[in-house]
Design a protein around this ligand. Structure first.
Ligand SMILES: [Zn+2]
Length: 255
């Protein structure tokens, strides 16, 4: 992955300030995958997006991610490290061989197949766009099945999404989870004080946005200090490597 320059990253941050979390996640995903058409991103399997965001996090801020979590039983403040690179590798998205790319790479979908007991069902792995679309439905699970069902056949006869019995729906859910394990990154952390295991979801998009926000505010402060001291323009200062920026700032502080 190409590391985005400071000016581009600042532009991403600025655009994200006015966005809700879903919009920020999409902006970050675009930064992570400049090689893909922006319209293809919301239909990528959710786990593939999470893997892309861990890869971006690693490229921008390194492998080591510090996470804080409060014990669900005793309230102990737990702090620990996670490895962004390992998440990027293990979530790695579904097997490329089942990814179907449409014309011009515009539509990229991954289909899982469940065939048993006379049933033959093909189901598209849900993307962020699908989850968003069904979030407010009265029956989100049913709506998701209706949306992502490619085909359902029972004993040779085509069947509608609303006719799938519960066991078949369960099998679809299991197949989707197996094909897209990164869709749900759940941490299970044992408390060093009381031993209670606390489960928490790791939302890499919001984690990364928080980091980007802090980084951007630091960079703006650097620009302000260096512009004041040397009279350089913002593009000139952003074009400096972080190391040189730091060095000039130290010189300013020494005077
Ligand atoms: Zn505890």
């Amino acid at each position: 992955m190409a590391i985005t320059g400071a000016a581009d990253l600042l532009a991403t941050w600025e655009a994200g300030l006015a966005e809700a979390p879903a919009g920020r996640a999409l902006l970050l995903h675009r930064t992570a995958r400049p090689d893909l058409d922006a319209r293809a991103l919301p239909v990528l399997p959710v786990g593939a997006r999470e893997a892309d965001l861990f890869t971006l996090r690693r490229a921008l801020f390194g492998e080591r991610m510090q996470v804080r979590l409060e014990c669900g039983a005793c309230g102990e403040d737990m702090e620990f490290d996670l490895d962004a690179g390992e998440f990027a590798r293990t979530l790695g998205g579904p097997d490329e061989s089942v990814v179907r790319v449409g014309e011009g790479g515009r539509e990229e979908t991954t289909v899982v197949r469940v065939a048993e007991g006379g049933w033959d069902v093909e189901f598209r792995l849900p993307g962020v766009a699908d989850l968003t679309a069904v979030a407010r439905a009265a029956d989100p699970r049913g709506a998701l099945i209706a949306r992502c069902l490619v085909s359902a056949v029972r004993d040779g006869t085509a069947v509608g999404a609303d006719e799938l019995p519960a066991p078949v729906q369960r099998r679809i859910a299991e197949a989707v989870e197996a094909a897209d394990p990164g869709a749900d990154v759940t941490l299970n952390v044992a408390c060093p004080e009381c031993g209670h295991a606390t489960r928490a979801e790791l939302d890499i998009a919001s984690y990364l946005w928080t980091e980007l926000d802090a980084w951007a505010r630091d960079v703006l402060l650097d620009v302000h200090l260096l512009a004041t001291a040397y009279g350089w323009s913002e593009p000139e200062i952003l074009a400096l490597s972080p190391l040189r920026r730091r060095y000039y700032l130290e010189l300013c502080a020494d005077v």
